[in-house]
Design a protein around this ligand. Structure first.
Ligand code: GTP
Ligand code: MG
Length: 669
């Protein structure tokens, strides 16, 4: 034991007095700023909500939808930050392992409230607060709350937890199954992302306020039990920004295992602590270190306690505002059994004093800073999400426009080349037939020739029916083939998807039901993407395009039938020739009309299909393409609102003259 002399004691007292005076002064300043900050946060929240509402047409879209949800939740979070400012000071009990967090919470609130069977998880915050009536308050991410019986709340949380666990298990299993079939790192990453997005159960519950009986401690503070910092499911560690969870702390009690100080390498402990601090994004000004399990150290005598405490101060002095040795276990027991001696020995009274000295005395400034930190974090996260999304939106819209252009261009080229080819053929054909008429029409008038011979002459030698029909057929098949090939290519290209490095098949695995394990194991997975596209492409080779040839054919037979009548009716050669000539024109005109008509139908059909695939898949991600510009503008506005600086400037004079006196009144002893 170090015995302090009178001068030392006096100096200590004086220093404490000065510190308290300074704290009072700064408390006034911050108290004045708090209302202003709360108002600004509320305004900002409202303004984000109003603008986000303008995006409601895209609520169901795969990429813009989640962003609007995130924006709404961010706005609600800002609003909660504002409310927190006027609520009781919120202390988080944090530690890197099973160091006694829940035990300490119980000791502080005076009963066994923090049960082991409802382990806290970072998807919700467990707040223990003074609350008459015994009902728990469940706070949802969209802002509404529900009051339910304590037991029902526990069941509800357990159910949510179970859903979460099952979803995590499913993801890990599916990931494991698919990994061997995914080639690139990018594809693996995207598959994981897609799985998480699709299957991770995210509860709507963000806070549970557990009811506690009246206690002096709870008249000033609310306390939050947290999960150990290393409780991530392996493989899913980086799924969430846990800073989001911890930023709500106004103050932190950081548990260190006193027995570890004595046994571990000091560098390792400090590194671990600093890593953990960084992970949760905590500032150090609001942390009190609690050196727990001191009862175990005390077994080796009071000197051991002093030694460990001194060592802890040496190691962590730069991190914590104070370091208090404690036995949470003894404290819990003492509080429940009202054992004054054990209470004193446990270190809880000293801890309570430190909490008041550090947290209560600076409540306003700590709350103020915590709200600002929280706001900055929300701001950073939302802006990052907006930026990432906007980048993607711009890219996709650009792609959309260039696809549209490419499609139009390709289809036009097809139209032109097939039209030109047909025209050239028909031109030559007309010349051919005209020459044939010149040479052979006369033969048709010979009486000795049988009728069937004349018909053959007319159809094959003059009109070259087989050659003509064969050409038209081949033109048509070539045309269908070209349309089919081009549309296949264009449709495949026109599919927008969120995860661009994943094969369509992998995407389907994630989004539709999962493939049975057996099939995956046999490696029957095809990398061919056509299987999905095939169904989109069934338009061609259908009756739709095969009609015209028939029509042209009946055209020819019709004309030859008519011609037979003409020559049976003793037309003279010139008349016969001119009738035959007229027929060529009719036939070629008919061929032109029918074939170009079918080309046009084909082009329109595939243009519609391609457009539909492009628009449907684009709007599946972002909402209707015609809204793209509008979406960009709205997001710009929201980004501006979010990143606008809210920190109120302090008017010192005003603050000192008119600051609220609550803090002063509390600490005037
Ligand atoms: N000897 C001793 N044991 C303690 C002390 N505080 C807590 N324990 C014990 O340590 C174990 C873990 O305590 P918890 O309070 O559940 O720890 P936790 O940090 O909440 O653990 P998780 O919620 O699982 O992260 C329990 O068996 C406690 O009784 C202490 O001061 N001394
Ligand atoms: Mg616990």
């Amino acid at each position: 034991m170090v015995i302090k002399n009178n001068t030392e004691l006096w100096e200590e007292k004086a220093a404490l007095k000065i510190t308290r005076l300074f704290r009072r002064f700064s408390a006034r300043v911050y108290t004045a700023g708090i209302n202003e900050l709360a108002n600004m946060l509320k305004e900002k929240s409202q303004s984000i909500l109003t603008n986000t509402k303008k995006l409601s047409f895209a609520t169901d879209s795969e990429m813009l939808g989640p962003l609007t949800k995130e924006l709404k939740e961010g706005a609600k979070e800002l609003d909660r930050l504002a409310s927190e400012l006027s609520d009781k000071f919120m202390i988080f009990v944090v530690g890197m392992g099973k160091y006694g967090k829940s035990t300490l919470v119980n000791a502080l609130v005076g009963s066994k409230v923090a049960e082991v069977d409802i382990l806290p998880k970072t998807w919700k915050i467990d707040i223990y607060e003074e609350k008459p009536g015994g009902k728990a308050t469940v706070v949802y991410s969209e802002g509404h709350t529900k009051e339910i019986d304590y037991q029902k709340a526990i069941s509800l949380i357990e159910l949510e937890e179970q859903k979460r666990n099952e979803s995590e298990k499913l993801i890990v299993t599916e990931l494991g199954k698919m990994l061997p079939y995914l080639d690139s790192l990018k594809e693996k990453e995207e598959f994981k992302k897609a799985l998480l997005k699709r299957h991770l159960y995210i509860s709507d519950i963000t806070e549970v306020k557990w009811p506690c009986e009246k206690r002096p401690f709870l008249s000033r503070y609310r306390i939050v039990d947290t999960p150990g910092l290393y409780q991530d499911t392996p493989g899913l560690e980086s799924r969430e920004d846990i800073r989001r969870y911890y930023h709500k702390a106004h103050g932190v009690l950081w548990l260190i295992d006193a027995t570890k100080i004595a046994s571990s390498s000091s560098k390792k402990i400090v590194d671990e602590l600093e890593g953990a601090l960084k992970k949760i994004g905590s500032e150090t000004q609001n942390i009190i270190g609690v050196l727990n399990r001191i009862d175990l150290v005390r077994q080796d005598g009071d000197d051991a306690v002093e030694k460990v405490t001194k060592e802890a101060k040496r190691l962590f002095g730069h991190v914590f505002r104070e370091i208090v040795p404690l036995s949470a276990k003894d404290a819990e027991k003492a509080v429940i059994t009202k054992d004054e001696v054990l209470l004193e020995k446990s270190g809880l009274l000293k801890l309570l004093q430190e909490i008041d000295d550090v947290f209560l005395a600076e409540a306003s400034s700590l709350k103020y800073k915590s709200a600002l930190d929280g706001k900055r974090l929300i701001q950073d996260n939302l802006c990052q999400s907006i930026n990432e999304y906007t980048e993607r939106l711009v890219k996709d819209k650009k792609q959309y426009d260039s696809l549209k252009e490419e499609t139009e261009k390709t289809l036009n080229e097809l139209r032109q080349s097939f039209t030109a080819e047909l025209a050239l053929f028909l031109d030559n054909y007309t010349k051919d037939v005209t020459a044939n008429i010149g040479k052979l029409a006369e033969t048709l008038l010979r009486p000795e020739l049988s009728e069937s011979a004349k018909e053959r002459l007319l159809r094959e030698s003059i009109f070259r029916e087989t050659y003509f029909v064969n050409y038209l057929n081949s033109w048509q098949y070539k045309m269908i083939e070209a349309l089919e090939r081009n549309s296949r290519y264009l449709i495949k290209k026109s599919v927008f998807r969120e995860f661009e490095n994943l094969s369509l098949q992998s995407v389907l695995l994630v989004y539709k039901e999962m493939k049975p394990e057996k099939e995956l194991a046999t490696g029957s997975l095809q990398r061919d993407e056509d299987f999905t596209i095939a169904s989109v492409l069934t338009f061609a080779a259908s009756g739709l395009l095969l009609g015209p040839i028939g029509l042209v054919l009946t055209g020819i037979t019709g004309v030859t039938g008519l011609l037979r009548q003409i020559y049976v009716n003793f037309y003279k050669l010139p008349r016969l020739r001119s009738e035959l000539q007229k027929s060529v024109e009719i036939i070629t005109q008919k061929a032109t009309d029918e074939l170009l008509g079918s080309l046009e139908t084909g082009l329109t059909t595939i243009a519609e299909k391609i457009e539909k695939v492009r628009e449907d898949t684009y709007s599946f991600l972002h909402g209707p393409s015609i809204e793209a510009e509008n979406v960009g503008k709205i997001l710009d506005t929201i980004r501006l609102i979010i990143s606008e600086n809210v920190e109120p400037e302090f008017d010192l004079k005003k603050a000192i003259g008119g600051g609220e006196e609550i803090e002063l009144a509390r600490n005037s002893n």
